[in-house]
Design a protein around this ligand. Structure first.
Ligand code: AMP
Length: 363
């Protein structure tokens, strides 16, 4: 099959979702001469400030989708909970990259884990839960401690309830309001890592260096590169990424999170989840690499060759959550620090407001 022609500069990229990821995608796209049309429901979406065109509309609004489809040459998304029906409707009219199947798989934790297992990739042991009886059975099979997670709409640790002992089962179900769920064993991980990879229309794949991630209260706090991971495990992460990208005939950037269970270095790599989009744990690529995750996503969906992601620096990315953004003036003056501010009008606790990349010469 011949690859379609690349979209020339001046083409219009449609982005579903208007958060900071859409904002950074639009900035990277503009540098290559593309115009972005952002569709998002919130009129204060941070991506609107830097987009050439905007639609303030629900993702499922048929009239807005028709205008959007007619205005753009390719569609992508910065948010994996875009309704599948909307992505499929668009895909019948204009290329949607990554394709709707990547959305469908990643929107449901049970589908996602089953898909990963089908590829021969390891994850935390899990079992589906629909009610107290299936939760009791899952706890008997997996043991505790465990974590109950809603199948859909979880992010930043939301939609999760820890279960320390079997007696907590009822409480955990109540916390998730009876939503369809999966029970996962709690992994005693030595490290959390992620890999950002990209696949082009022609099927070429590039990988960024693996990042070591720390979460606080379920939200990414910091990513460090290099990750101090054994080279064999880094290679295993790349192989896992290649398996996922190939199976989904994926076009664009993907972020895949893993637990390193057991000892650092010789442990086991368990896939936690993947995001069919640019990823928070790849924000370090903006300042430390020859080409960022955002630019490579734009290149991929536009049918361009990917940029080879050469890393020029060691780097630590720290999210600025809530009122931490008030520190912008000091951070702006800190040597070696690159400040990114998302321009969100309202500061709220737990809200991602910006990030800072601290660069050092490569070790
Ligand atoms: P998630 O939304 O599933 O990525 O979960 C957010 C964070 O909660 C992860 O990055 C981990 O720090 C923690 N977590 C989630 N699932 C597990 C698990 N099965 N075992 C241990 N920690 C977990």
């Amino acid at each position: 099959v011949l690859s379609p022609e690349p979209l020339p500069p001046g083409s219009a990229i449609g982005i579903l979702g208007g958060g900071q990821l859409g904002r950074m995608l639009a900035l990277a796209a503009a540098r290559l001469g593309f115009r972005c049309h952002v569709l998002a429901p919130d009129r204060e979406s941070p991506a609107f400030d830097v987009a050439a065109a905007r639609s303030v509309a629900e993702y499922s609004d048929p009239a807005a989708l028709a205008v959007f489809a007619a205005a753009v040459d390719v569609v992508t998304y910065e948010f994996e909970n875009v309704p599948l029906e909307a992505a499929e409707w668009l895909a019948a009219r204009v290329p949607v990259r990554p394709g709707p199947r990547a959305l469908a798989v990643s929107q449901d934790r049970l589908t996602e884990k089953t898909f990963l297992r089908g590829l021969g990739l390891q994850s935390a042991r899990f079992a589906p839960v629909d009610d107290l009886a299936s939760l009791d059975a899952a706890l008997a099979a997996l043991g505790s401690p465990a974590i109950l997670k809603t199948r859909r709409f979880g992010y930043d640790g939301k939609g999760q309830a820890p279960i320390a002992a079997a007696a907590d089962a009822g409480q955990a179900l109540t916390a998730l309001a009876g939503a369809p769920a999966v029970l996962e064993e709690r992994v005693a991980f030595a490290q959390e890592i992620s890999i950002i990879s990209a696949r082009s229309v022609a099927g070429a794949i590039v990988h960024y260096d693996v990042a070591a991630n720390e979460h606080r209260a379920g939200i990414l706090f910091r990513s460090r590169v290099p990750a101090a991971l054994a080279p064999a495990m880094e290679a295993e992460a790349r192989r896992a990424a290649e398996a996922i990208l190939g199976a989904l005939d994926y076009v664009g950037v993907i972020g895949i999170e893993f637990f390193v269970a057991g000892g650092r270095g010789e442990g086991t790599l368990l896939v936690n989840e993947f995001a069919p989009r640019v990823h928070n744990s790849g924000h370090w690529t903006e300042d430390a690499c020859s080409v960022s995750q955002f630019e490579n996503h734009v290149r991929a969906i536009a049918g361009w060759p990917l940029g080879r992601p050469v890393r020029h620096f060691d780097v630590e990315m720290t999210n600025l959550i809530g009122a931490e953004i008030d520190d912008w003036e000091r951070l702006a003056g800190e040597p070696g620090a690159r400040l990114h501010v998302y321009g969100k009008r309202e500061v709220r606790p737990g809200r991602k407001m910006g990030h800072v990349n601290r660069l050092r010469p490569r070790s």
